[in-house]
Ligand binder design. Structure first.
Ligand code: UD1
Length: 414
């Protein structure tokens, strides 16, 4: 979708089943390059990043096929080791093919990856840890040239990078001996990757803790159901909260959303939780819930910062946001201001002073979650908003417009 028109001012009401997690399915798809045999994934989200990753895998010689939410990947005897640069540049998670191809082939030529423009997104943690395990790394003409199977050993990450943890987990599958990763990221999506790899025969201990141990073992194909998307869930909850609506989300893990739910509760929403579902009812106007400070899991997720800011633009009082994960993650702020929001930025902080109402405006999406924030703010504004470059949303939200319409929103895309 190129452009999105939203007629705001209507509370969202209804029930949605949460889609499979973008940040779980992308590393799992990258992992299939390390696996001989057939992988069948269920609960795959119908999003563009999955389509791009399928293209990358097919370029390496694997074959893929979808039916509904099922995605089948058929491994090949000897996958290529140089993913297509044009496709790789379109998403950050293409860098995870590095670990997978090192495990399978002992070499990889990875174009420098793309993804949302969230400031500098270096790979130093990925590369220094791989080098510490004996992999030779060179950077030439915007490509990473990596050679050699990782040796066994212990590496420590000085920051719990999600991508670096996933790359190490994948590379360690083909290592010459056991690999320990200390200071690993603990996001639920890493646990899902480890669960998938374990189903494929990998021997992994400690997934979900800061200390991972991977013992090389023969791999084979397997079936796996993708974890529910906690970021999609957070987006829908924020949208219902912003519009004074009520929503029930099914097929999700509420525990993975704890910091988001806690803030929405403090903002005045009433919440009902069961094992796989959350119901939220919002007052006409929220209250500022206290500071929102992003951090690695289990802290408040950086991917939910922009949607939460959009939800609180009309709250009574001031909310302070502190983004500690990505330096350039306030790219949505000019768009929110165009809708009438009062936001002051300084030193990595955003101070939001709630205003009684917002009005529709012309907007341009800048990144995936920033675009989601613009949609949420537009839904809670009076009048029509027009969002250009709405394709950012297709990267992570499947069937967005029909899902919005099913909740009573007036939204059209072209
Ligand atoms: C993943 C998610 C992304 C989420 C982020 C943080 C996927 C596909 N993407 O991105 O949606 O916002 O986790 O939860 O799962 N860093 C370095 N050096 C490195 C690696 C990272 O300095 O080698 C820095 C980054 O610049 C950033 C921070 O560490 O400031 C977090 O990055 P990381 O956890 O690696 O995020 P991604 O894996 O890129």
């Amino acid at each position: 979708m190129e452009e999105l028109y939203i007629q705001g001012g209507r509370p969202l009401r209804g029930t949605l089943a949460v889609q499979g997690s973008k940040n779980a399915v992308l590393p799992i798809l990258a992992a299939t390059a390390a696996i001989p045999g057939r992988v069948v994934l269920s609960n795959c989200p119908p999003i563009r990043d999955v389509a791009v990753t399928r293209g990358l895998l097919e370029g390496l010689g694997l074959s893929t096929e979808t039916r509904g939410d099922l995605l089948r990947v058929e491994g090949c005897r000897e996958p290529g080791c140089a993913p297509d640069p044009e496709l790789a540049a379109r998403l950050r998670s293409s860098v995870l093919l590095l670990g997978a191809l090192l495990a399978r082939r002992g070499e990889a030529e990875i174009p420098l990856p793309g993804g949302c423009l969230l400031g500098a997104r270096p790979l130093d943690l990925h590369l220094s840890a791989l080098e510490a395990l004996g992999v030779r790394v060179r950077c030439e003409n915007n490509r990473l040239l990596c050679r050699g199977r990782p040796k066994g050993g212990t590496v420590r990450l000085r920051y719990p990078s999600v991508g670096a943890t996933e790359n190490l987990l994948l590379a360690a599958l083909g290592a010459e001996g056991p690999v320990c990763v200390l200071g690993a990221a603990r996001e639920p999506e890493i646990r899902d990757l480890a669960d998938f790899l374990s189903a494929c025969g990998a021997r992994i201990q400690g997934a979900g803790s800061p200390c991972l141990r991977i013992v090389p073992a023969p791999l084979h194909g397997a079936a796996h159901r993708i974890l529910p998307d906690r970021m999609e869930a957070a987006t829908w909850l924020c949208a219902a909260a912003a519009t004074g609506g009520s929503i029930t989300l099914t097929e999700l893990c509420p525990a993975h959303l704890a910091p988001v739910l806690e803030l929405l509760g403090r903002a005045g929403c009433s919440l009902r939780l069961t094992e796989r579902r959350v119901s939220l009812r919002a007052p006409a106007r929220l209250e500022a819930p206290g500071p929102v400070i992003t951090g690695p899991y289990p802290a408040f997720p950086t991917d939910a910062q922009a949607p939460m800011m959009a939800a609180l633009l009309r709250a009574r009082g001031c909310t302070l946001f502190r983004e500690t994960v990505f330096e350039a993650r306030y790219r949505h702020v000019p768009g929110l201001r165009a809708l009438g929001a009062e936001i002051r930025l300084s030193d990595g902080l955003a101070r939001v002073r709630g205003v009684p109402s917002l009005r529709g405006a012309e907007l341009r999406a800048t990144d995936l979650r920033g675009a989601a924030a613009m949609v949420i703010a537009a839904l809670s504004a009076q009048g029509e908003s027009h969002i250009r470059e709405a394709w950012h949303l297709d990267r992570g939200y499947g069937s967005l417009v029909p899902r919005l319409q099913s909740l009573g929103a007036r939204a059209e895309a072209i």
